[in-house]
Design a protein around this ligand. Structure first.
Ligand code: HEC
Length: 176
């Protein structure tokens, strides 16, 4: 009889835990980031801003993967691995919670400097750097997924194929 009682409590505890876990996972991803449109492998939210698409198996869209690669090697130097910040630059997973897509574009192309801080930290302007500007949406999409908690740290395990649109855009943007 006693074992019966324990089973009951255990099942109840497990149920509560599962509801808790799924609730947290859902709450972490804002509805505003939901992809409602797709064009050549690129996803857009209801406002028409670029966003990520991540399958239940963790497979990411091409742009999220590309953004991960472009972020690393240029932005990680100051903003730390996975956008999480360092002593040289702020945590972008936090910044993107309040920055709009156009704010992001303006800051990355034009740079930013906070003259009021005791230590002058400068965000360089990347407006003439094609290796950044041709992949600005990729980097934004990647950081948006990181900021929403939809993508964990490190290299995404699997990704969608690169579309012809992505290749065509890259070729025309980067030039001969
Ligand atoms: C040389 C170091 C450095 C590099 C490289 C760098 N950043 Fe920054 N970034 C900074 C600093 C410092 C700030 C904070 C500037 C301020 O507060 O005025 C900043 C601020 C920003 C902000 C605004 C954050 C906020 O909360 O307002 C964004 C967005 C950003 N960087 C994106 C990028 C991206 C994307 C890249 C790569 C293409 C990049 N940064 C590369 C140093 C850097």
């Amino acid at each position: 009889m006693t074992s019966h009682k324990i089973d009951w409590r255990f099942a109840l505890l497990l149920g509560v835990l599962l509801i808790g876990i799924s609730g947290v996972a859902e709450a972490a991803i804002p509805a505003s980031s939901k992809a409602v449109k797709e064009e050549g492998g690129k996803y857009f939210d209801a406002k028409g801003d670029p966003t990520y698409k991540i399958g239940p198996d963790g497979k990411v869209d091409w742009y999220t993967f590309s953004g991960f690669r472009r972020y690393n090697g240029t932005c990680d130097v100051c903003h730390g691995p996975d956008g999480a910040g360092s002593s040289f630059g702020p945590d972008l997973t936090n910044s993107l919670k309040s920055l709009s897509y156009s704010d992001f574009q303006a800051i990355v192309s034009g740079g930013k400097q906070d003259v009021n801080t005791a230590q002058t930290l400068v965000m360089p302007a990347f407006g003439t750097n094609k290796n950044v500007m041709c992949y600005l949406d990729d980097i934004y999409i990647y950081l948006r997924a990181r900021s929403d908690g939809a993508l964990g740290r490190g290299r995404p395990q699997s990704h969608e194929e690169k579309s012809k649109d992505a290749t065509d855009f890259e070729n025309s943007c980067m030039g001969p």
